[in-house]
Ligand binder design. Sequence first.
Ligand code: AMP
Length: 372
Amino acid sequence: MRIGVLGAGQLGRMLALAGYPLAKTFVFYDMSGSPSAGLGEVMVDREGQYLNDFLSRVDRVTYEFEHLPVDVAEKIAAEKPVHPRPRALQICQNREAEKTLFGDLGIPTPNWKIATDAKSLREAAETLGCPVVAKSNTEGYDGKGQAVLRSPEDAEEAWSSINHSRLIVEKFVEFRREVSIIAVRSESGELAFYPMAENTHHDGILRYSIAPAPDLAIDVQEDAERYMKALLNEMDYVGVLTLELFETADGLVANEMAPRVHNSGHWTIEGAMTSQFENHIRAVSGHPLGNVAARGVSCMINIIGEHGEIDRILELPYAHVHLYNKGERPGRKLGHVNILADSYEELVWRVKNCAQFLPGSPEFQSSLTSKG
Ligand code: AMP
């Protein structure tokens, strides 16, 4: 079976690496002009002229990034099976549509309002009560196109700095930590939920994911699974879906979802019985799902901007290095290291030992380290 992947970055690369043992082959369709997948067949098509050619070469289509025009996804869906369905893409591209769906399905969100100019942004900040976070309604990622308003007076400046015609304005959530859940649904409607991960960001970029999230109450994992089940079934979704949430004193609050495999699920490559990438390939190919149980405890460390002393990390008996074959550039995701351990105590020690060889890495901070 030949799988067509829209997008050709590291997520596509890892999908292919997981698909080869199942005898899948891959054709990547890149509209950016800078594909980095580095394997499979890559078609670069900046003007969108060769879509039919791409479709003639593949049996099924999936995607590894969500900023793909919905009309392109719909055109493709008319020709070949596309998973997840274009509707999921449409919802995930639009924060207002996403938060509306969360609300309809009983998934808690921060209180929010829409702003279409500086005046309505100010009014939203006044009604919701500051601080609030204003985000461009479409096209934002990794914390870009966002501003925190400490007072309604900040509205003018925030409006011009975000420079977008429609904003979602959210009440600032006082969270304990950020967490995510990754789930997968097969063509036959079978569901599987990975243990949740605890995520630490710096400058809007994910740095560390620990899984299973330490000290997570069982009912919190169950709540997240219930939300995911509702989303997956509502969207008649096939493949991996990721939901990012805030854990607060009053339970989970949903932030956003991604209709794809996710950076906070890279730990599953060695840390789970079946990786998120393999399970996505299984789902979109019409196969049964694999076991999602964790093997011990894991931490994923992103390699950002510069590679550091990779050979020193390769010497560590508990570290698994994944490089994306990309050039160094500030803020760029170049690879990740998965650290496995038998206990959280051992994990902390191992992560710190590894991070010293990654000069761009901020100090390891998590619920495990803040306890002292
Ligand atoms: P997002 O692009 O929506 O994932 O936001 C990027 C980051 O901004 C999140 O990972 C949070 O750290 C922070 N953030 C976003 N929305 C909120 C909110 N309503 N309250 C507090 N922090 C937020």
